[in-house]
Write a protein that binds this ligand. Structure first.
Ligand code: PLP
Length: 492
C-alpha cells in the first residue's frame, strides 16, 4: 500500500493516517531506516512495557507514508478531515503540544514590536511566543472570582475599552475556555475585533470537544476566529502531546503559517501522535455526541452530589451568565473547598495519597476534576465518597490566613523579548521589590505565570508567591527552586 491508494475521495468515517499506518506496520518490510529499534525487534523491553503494536507503528516519514512538513498523501487527507470536523478551512497536525501550536500561531502573525491584546491568565507558552516573536503584550485584566480565588475570562467591555485605547493592536489572543472552563462572549468579541480589523487567535487547549455537542460552549472556528490551537490530547482523546492548529483562511497567510510550523516542528514528527489525532477525530465524529451526552450527565450528577457535601461547592450553570463566565464548560468540575479551611493543594494530595484519585490540579481554594470521554459513574462515585470523608475530617479547621485573595495585576515595564535578552542579576527575593523580573514564576499546573520577564516585582506579588510556596504549590520555571532568590534585570 502506498499513498496513491488514498487518492480517492475520503469521507469522515475514514481514518487515512491511522489505517495507513496500521497497514504499513502489518507488511513484512525489511527496514533499513530509522527508528533504530526496527519495529518490535531491537528493544524487547519496550515491547513488554509499551506493547508490540505500538512499537511496530512507530515509524518515520517517507515518500510512501507522507511527510508532515509538506503533506500530500495520508497526512494531508487526515488533516483535511480534521479541518472538516472543526468547521474550518485548514488544519495542521502538531506534535509538540499546544505549546508549539500557540508559538506558530503567534510567530506567523506578530512581528517585532507588533501589539497583541491578551488576558493576563494565559499559559506560559504565550509569553515564550512573545519572546520569540518580539511582540508587545497589552494585557486585559480578566474578571476575578473572589470566592474561587481564580481569574475567569475577559469581559466584552474590557476588550472594547482596550481596542479603543490602542488603535494599533494587530491581534487579540483569547482563551476558550480558561483552564477552569470559563468562556467569554466569544461571538460578540470576534464581531467587535473584525470591525477593528484585529485578528483573533484562540487558545482552545481545553476545548477540543466543543464542536461535538450542542450543550457545550461554541468553538472558536465555528465563530470564525482566524486561528485556534486545540489540544487534541487534552479533551479530544488523542495521545499526550498531540495538538492541532486550525485556520480560517480569509485573513491569514496559510503558507506563512505552514513555514512557521515547519520551523518549530521536528523533522521526525511522531506518527503515533499524528495518527492518534486521526483516530480521535474519527471517534469524535462517530461517537462524540453520545459520549459527551454521557459525560454531561455524569457531570450533572457529580455536581448535584458534591454540592450537598458540607463545606464544598462546584461551579455550575447558576454561576454563569455574567461577564467573564458567559458560558461554562460543564465537563470541568471546579470544586471549591475554601469553606473547609483547607487548601486545594492539600485536598489534591489527600485524594491521590489516601484514595488513589488523580485530579487535574489543586490551587489555593479549589481542585479541578475533569469529566472526560472515558470517565465512568463509578469513578465519580469514588471522588464523591472521598470528598465526603475529607469534608467530615476538615469541617472544623481553623480559618486560613489568606481567605480573601485579590487579583494580581503585574505592570509590564519592558517587552518579554527585551527582558529575555537583558543582562540579569540574582537578588535576595526580599530585596527585589520594584525591580524588573527576569524570569517566569508559576505554579504548574495551570502554568500561568504569576510574574513574567519584563514585569515589575511588587510586594503583593511576592506575598502571593510566598503563600503558594507555604501551601506546597508545585512552583516551576524559576532558577532558584527554594525561591530565596530571584532573577532580575540589571540596572544600568
Ligand atoms: C490554557 C493552555 N494553553 C496551552 C497549553 C499548552 O498545551 P500543551 O501542554 O499541549 O503544550 C496549556 C497546557 O496546560 C494550557 O493550559
Amino acid at each position: 500500500m502506498n499513498i496513491e491508494n488514498y487518492s480517492v475521495e475520503l469521507n469522515e468515517y475514514d481514518m487515512p493516517l491511522l489505517q495507513g499506518l496500521k497497514d504499513y506496520s502489518d507488511r513484512h518490510i525489511a527496514c533499513f531506516d530509522v527508528p533504530g529499534h526496527v519495529k518490535n525487534r531491537g528493544v524487547k523491553v519496550l515491547n513488554e512495557f509499551l506493547g508490540e503494536n505500538l512499537m511496530k507503528m512507530d515509524i518515520n516519514s517517507s515518500p510512501y507514508m507522507d511527510n508532515v512538513s509538506k503533506p500530500n498523501g495520508i497526512i494531508k487527507k487526515a488533516q483535511d478531515l480534521l479541518a472538516k470536523a472543526y468547521d474550518c478551512d485548514k488544519a495542521f497536525f502538531v506534535t509538540n503540544g499546544t505549546t508549539q501550536a500557540i508559538q506558530a500561531m503567534i510567530l506567523s502573525i506578530i512581528n517585532p514590536k507588533d501589539k497583541i491584546l491578551l488576558p493576563r491568565n494565559i499559559h506560559k507558552s504565550v509569553i515564550n511566543a512573545l519572546i520569540l516573536s518580539g511582540g508587545e503584550p497589552v494585557y486585559i485584566q480578566p474578571e476575578f472570582d473572589e470566592c474561587l480565588g481564580i481569574s475567569l475570562n475577559v469581559s466584552y467591555l474590557s476588550v472594547k475599552n482596550e481596542l479603543e485605547k490602542n488603535s494599533d493592536i494587530k491581534a487579540i489572543f483569547l482563551l476558550n475556555p480558561t483552564y477552569y472552563g470559563a468562556c467569554c462572549d466569544l461571538e460578540k468579541i470576534i464581531d467587535l475585533c473584525k470591525k477593528h480589523s484585529v485578528l483573533v487567535l484562540v487558545d482552545e487547549a481545553h476545548g477540543a470537544h466543543f464542536p461535538f455537542h450542542d450543550d457545550l460552549p461554541p468553538s472558536a472556528m465555528k465563530l470564525e476566529a482566524d486561528m485556534a490551537a486545540v489540544s487534541m490530547h487534552k479533551t479530544g482523546g488523542a495521545l499526550t502531546q498531540a495538538s492541532a492548529l486550525l485556520v480560517n483562511e480569509e485573513n491569514i497567510d496559510v503558507e506563512k503559517v505552514s513555514q512557521t510550523l515547519n520551523m518549530l516542528q521536528s523533522t521526525s514528527a511522531s506518527y503515533l501522535l499524528m495518527s492518534s489525532i486521526d483516530g480521535a477525530r474519527y471517534n469524535l465524529i462517530n461517537n462524540g455526541r453520545s459520549q459527551l451526552s454521557k459525560v454531561l450527565n455524569i457531570s450533572k450528577y457529580a455536581k448535584y452530589r458534591i454540592n450537598k457535601i458540607p463545606g464544598i461547592k462546584v461551579i455550575g450553570h447558576n454561576n454563569c451568565g455574567r461577564e467573564g463566565l458567559n458560558f461554562l464548560d460543564e465537563t470541568k468540575l471546579c470544586i471549591n473547598v475554601k469553606d473547609l479551611n483547607v487548601t486545594g493543594f492539600k485536598v489534591y494530595d489527600i485524594l491521590y495519597q489516601n484514595f488513589d484519585i488523580q485530579v487535574e490540579l489543586g490551587d489555593l481554594h479549589n481542585v479541578l476534576a475533569l469529566i472526560s470521554l472515558g470517565t465512568t459513574k463509578g469513578d465519580v462515585d469514588r471522588l464523591i465518597n472521598a470528598l465526603e470523608i475529607i469534608s467530615k475530617k476538615y469541617k472544623n479547621s481553623a480559618v486560613l490566613e489568606f481567605s480573601s485573595l485579590k487579583p494580581i495585576n503585574p505592570t509590564v515595564k519592558i517587552s518579554p523579548r527585551d527582558a529575555y535578552y537583558s543582562e540579569k542579576e540574582i537578588l535576595n527575593i526580599d530585596n527585589s521589590i520594584n525591580r524588573i523580573c527576569g524570569e517566569n514564576i508559576m505554579a504548574y499546573p495551570p502554568g500561568i505565570p504569576i510574574i513574567s520577564p519584563g514585569e515589575i516585582i511588587t510586594k503583593e506579588i511576592l506575598d502571593y508567591i510566598k503563600i503558594l510556596k507555604n501551601s506546597n504549590a508545585y512552583l516551576t520555571d524559576m532558577h532558584d527552586k527554594e525561591l530565596n532568590t530571584i532573577l532580575v534585570i540589571k540596572e544600568r
